[in-house]
Design a protein around this ligand. Structure first.
Ligand code: G6P
Length: 620
């Protein structure tokens, strides 16, 4: 999704800005741009192509400067077009306009300004002319309208007029020594260098530039100059005051990780799963609430239900965990899509443990849902998150950090299975704190968890068989995924993967629901993918398969070894290496990831950056 980089230095900062954008590219964007202060004017280049094209344009136009800002845009207001790409310039009005043909204020923005229509009308009445359909241009003109030779003051005043979410970076033609940043609802960090300072929407953008990072708080405004910076924070009684924020050493990995022998990051990440799960579970000698934080024992004793909040793939890991939490820890569990929960009337219970699940830790809806739950008096919060420095981890009392490593493919794979590992640990810790986990059971679960990397390797070895299926799927336009119980959320995740990257319409159903609607869709043209573990529901599932066969449907079944489901006419079977009890979803999702991946490859789509989607969704 949108990315911001800004810099103030004594050297040409354009290469740093462009490298920063490149590190954020994997999140998905549809246009990009950079602006600098050069020769007393604002200069910019913008493109609807990739950052490498922007780089070429910048060289051709000779754009250089000591201060500047850059942006990757994922369109919300206004089509992906050059005139809507950031940075946006204000032109000033009256006497200011005559002296500033090329613009006075340069600004980039992540987030959504909800009152942009009202502000636009007000600014148009004052003579401002708009060149884009974006909500961002409104902020540029607003800052311009409030500017009286002090950019920091103008930004302070402007943000008090904004409703919605933003992270912004701004500079002014008349003040070539400073860049101002501000955030509310969207992430922004300050990078402290040697005599130079930086801004970015994610510390990863600054990898290799500086590892000294300040995470700005909600409402902070920062004034960046060469070798110095000041932060103002919002006071509870209103207004702003100077604040100190801790500088942290952050070893952010570069997003541009090596692809190695793989064709795409998604394929690489699928194959990294044995390592990711191994790392996520490393060093766990026994189950104890402390794994989730020092206060976890007390928190676990104080709650009697769980509410999971998440979006996308992370929501499906929550749906899987519900089965574990209710069957193993006997903990009543509700799972809600964050964007729904935050806006509906619900019945809060202070004895609820709020569990957020997020790969990035920056998903706007999940963060807002967490805050909403807290505002309703539910103070016990825990996150399963892949980024230890994220807003989600900072906002939650307790955390389990998965160690999937940087995930670049927009379609989440290794982050999902690592979340499942973290959620299974949570289940065991809650069961133990309620006296529901004997030592023998604990030892058995730990043994199964430690064996997961090996079991996953055996599943990955099925890739050639999955490729053969993918070639058949590539010519289809619809697919149905079936699962039961613990594997119904895995069917949902399999369908999501296929639609995200191959653009084949895919739906998932609990197999028992088939005859209540989707059976009407079943023809020879409709592949029906079925997850068939050897669990208590196997015989029921076999009846559902018969219902599909009887209507001429083509079945593609991932069956555990001892299910006695054999290939035959209209029935294709790939045999899973071993049945894995409650941890079976972690294995069964892997061939579904491979199926989506190879189908997408066969259809020639942009696997790592599927159209219209973003990796880290920092707007609502
Ligand atoms: C986006 C990504 C998905 C991800 C979802 C939630 O839609 O493309 O892969 O599952 O956001 O993101 P989170 O970082 O909160 O897990």
């Amino acid at each position: 999704m949108c990315g911001i980089v800004g810099a103030v230095s004594q050297r040409n900062i354009v290469p740093i800005l462009l490298q920063g954008l490149q590190r954020l590219e994997y999140r998905g964007y549809d246009s990009c741009g950079v602006a600098v202060h050069q020769g007393g004017e604002l200069k910019r280049a913008r493109s609807t192509a990739r950052v490498t094209e922007l780089d070429a344009q910048v060289h051709q136009d000779g754009i250089e400067g000591f201060i500047g800002i850059a942006h990757t845009r994922w369109a919300t207001h206004g089509a992906p077009a050059v005139h809507n790409a950031h940075p946006h310039f204000s032109h000033g009005v009256g006497a200011d306009a005559q002296s500033s043909k090329a613009g006075r204020i340069a600004l980039v923005h992540n987030g959504i300004i909800e009152n942009h229509d009202e502000l636009r009308a007000e600014l148009q009445a004052r003579g401002y002319v708009f060149n884009s359909q974006t909500d961002t241009e409104v902020i540029a003109h607003l800052v311009d309208s409030l500017y009286q030779h002090d950019l920091f003051e103008a930004v302070l005043q402007a943000i008090q007029r904004l409703k919605g979410a933003y992270a912004i970076a701004v500079f002014c033609r008349e003040e070539p020594q400073r860049v101002i940043g501000a955030r509310a609802g969207s992430p922004l960090v300050l990078g402290v260098g040697q005599g130079e300072n930086f801004l970015a929407s994610d510390a990863m953008a600054l990898a290799g530039v500086t590892d000294q990072i300040v995470y700005l708080d909600e409402g902070d405004v920062v004034d960046l100059q060469q070798g110095k910076y000041w932060i103002s924070g919002r006071k509870t009684e209103g207004g702003f005051a100077r604040v100190e924020r801790p500088v942290k050493t952050v070893h952010a990995h570069s997003g541009a990780a090596e692809l190695g022998p793989y064709r795409h990051y998604m394929q690489k990440e699928i194959f990294e799963q044995p390592r990711a799960i191994g790392d996520t579970l490393e060093g766990i000698a026994g189950i104890t609430p402390d794994l989730f934080g020092d206060d976890a024992y007390r928190v676990f004793q104080s709650i009697d239900k769980v509410l999971i909040l998440a979006c996308g793939t992370s929501y499906y890991s929550g749906c899987t965990a519900k089965y574990w939490l209710e069957s193993i820890a006997k903990m009543p569990t509700q799972v809600e899509i964050a964007s729904e929960y935050r806006y509906r009337d619900s019945v809060p219970d202070p004895k609820t443990l709020i569990v957020t699940i997020s790969q990035s830790g920056e998903t706007a809806d999940t963060l807002a849902a967490l805050k909403h739950a807290r505002s309703l008096g539910m103070a016990q919060t825990l996150t399963i998150c892949n980024v230890s420095t994220s807003a989600m981890v900072r906002e939650c009392k307790l955390a389990y950090i998965t160690r999937a490593g940087v995930e670049i493919g927009v379609a989440s794979t290794k982050a999902f299975t690592s979340q499942l590992a973290g959620l299974f640990l949570l289940t065991l810790a809650l069961a133990q704190s309620r006296g529901l986990l004997s030592e023998a059971e604990e030892a058995e679960h730990l043994k199964a968890m430690r064996h997961l990397p090996v079991a996953l390797q055996a599943v990955l070895a099925l890739e050639p068989q999955v490729i053969a299926w993918a070639e058949e799927f590539a010519s289809k336009e619809n697919a149905l995924f079936l699962g039961r119980g613990l594997h119904y959320p895995i069917a949902l995740e399999g369908a999501l993967k296929l639609k995200e990257i191959s653009y084949i319409h895919a739906e998932a159903y609990p197999a028992g629901e088939l005859k209540h609607g989707p059976l009407a869709l079943v023809t020879a043209q409709m592949p029906v993918v079925t997850i068939a573990p050897n669990d208590a529901l196997l015989e029921k599932l076999k009846s559902n398969l018969q219902e599909v066969r009887a209507r001429g449907g083509e079945l593609y079944v991932f069956a555990d070894g001892d299910t006695k489901i054999e290939s035959g006419p209209g029935l294709h079977v790939i045999r899973m290496p071993e049945h894995y009890g409650p941890l079976s979803p972690i294995l069964h999702v892997v061939p579904l990831q491979l199926l989506a991946y190879h189908t997408a490859c066969a259809r020639g789509t942009d696997v790592d950056k599927p159209r219209n989607l973003a990796k880290s969704v920092t707007v609502e």
